[in-house]
Ligand binder design. Structure first.
Ligand SMILES: [Fe+2]
Ligand SMILES: [Fe+2]
Length: 344
């Protein structure tokens, strides 16, 4: 008995704690198909009823997704279908012991909402009439450093990607999603340290990061990175995250100005992308489904429409970051000026 429990403990260490529900007995998990551990759950009348926790082997999902609570006799051993995003017919959903069940959401036309990474209330119609030519003239020393830093970064970028605008856009989105996350995170910690609100800037910057990540998810649908591009992204992220983190700690005024200029460059890149689409050098394929739902686009939209919208997003990020830098230039903190939440 002692020996078997010691072996089970060793096995548990090998597999790691996340493989186990707290309601499950400590047993080797690899051979478990529908092995159950019992527990009691109180009903609303206070009478304990017997329910069971089952571990189901689903190769496609991996061990950490395998805890299932069969809520009643009928459900025991059956799989429950949900509307989680990306779930193919072979994927099994899970009724949670913790009472968490994915909500079933339908679109206005009655079809099922298939994205779990964003919901209908996170979607919006982009304002594509935004002024794309707006530019912050660098006059102070710091602004000039920010401007020329971004301009000099364009040289290796142009050399590497040349006219591969699709690939360029996808790769640059992996970088563009970093500053909002770093800024939002640092403001979050500042808010905790100082016991003060952020004026909405944490949300505004985290929303920007999420919006940039959605640009990436959209491009992933039309282009796949090669192995050396993935390696480059890892290296660049390692450098850029740390550089921006330090830069933001030292001077948020400078950091936001750099991002403002990066966004101006992004507008330029997407304008070139559109030119290539118009020339026919890039095929104007139908818009990815994720883009149609995220930007509330008509169903017959194309890649060109998507690029127009993403370019408008970048113009909004440009405004937000130059605005943030200007607030600092006026000797104020961001929290002293309400954040442009929902500015698309
Ligand atoms: Fe972007
Ligand atoms: Fe952007």
């Amino acid at each position: 008995m002692m020996r078997s429990s010691r072996m089970a403990g060793q096995r548990l260490k090998q597999l790691g704690p996340r493989s186990f529900s707290t309601a499950a007995r400590i047993e080797p998990a690899t051979e478990l198909l529908t092995r159950s551990a019992s527990l009691f759950q109180k009903t609303t009348t206070g009478v304990p009823v017997r329910t069971s926790v089952a571990w189901i082997r689903i190769p496609a999902l991996g061990l950490r997704n395998q805890s299932t609570l069969a809520l009643n006799k009928e459900q025991e051993g059956k799989d429950v279908k949900t509307s989680s995003a990306g779930s193919g017919p072979e994927e099994k959903a899970i009724a949670s012991y913790w009472g968490i069940s994915p909500p079933k959401i339908t679109k206005e036309d009655g079809t099922e909402w298939k994205w779990s990474c964003f919901r209908p209330w996170d979607t919006y119609k982009a304002n594509v009439s935004i002024d794309l030519k707006k530019h912050h003239l660098p006059t102070t020393f710091l602004d000039k450093v920010a401007y020329w830093t971004v301009k000099s970064l364009r040289i290796p970028t142009d050399l590497f990607f040349q006219t591969r605008w699709g690939c360029r856009a996808m790769m640059l989105e992996t970088v563009a999603a970093v500053p909002g996350m770093v800024g939002g995170m640092l403001l979050h910690f500042k808010s905790l340290r100082r016991f003060e609100p952020s004026g909405g800037w944490i949300k505004a910057l985290l929303d920007e990061a999420e919006n940039e990540r959605m640009h990436l998810m959209t491009f992933m649908e039309v282009s796949q990175p090669r192995w050396y591009e993935r390696a480059l992204v890892i290296a660049v992220q390692g450098v850029f995250f740390n550089a921006y983190f330090l830069g933001y700690l030292i001077s948020p005024k400078f950091a936001h100005r750099v991002v403002g200029y990066l966004e101006e460059e992004a507008i330029h890149s997407y304008t070139e992308f559109l030119k290539e689409l118009d020339k026919g050098n890039i095929k104007n394929v139908p818009a990815p489904a994720i883009a149609i739902d995220y930007w509330q686009m008509p169903p017959n939209s194309t890649l060109r429409d998507v690029v127009m919208i993403i370019r408008a997003d970048e113009a909004h990020h440009r405004d937000v970051n130059h605005f943030a830098s200007d607030i600092h230039y006026q000797g104020l903190e961001l929290k002293e000026s309400p954040a442009p939440i929902g500015y698309h």
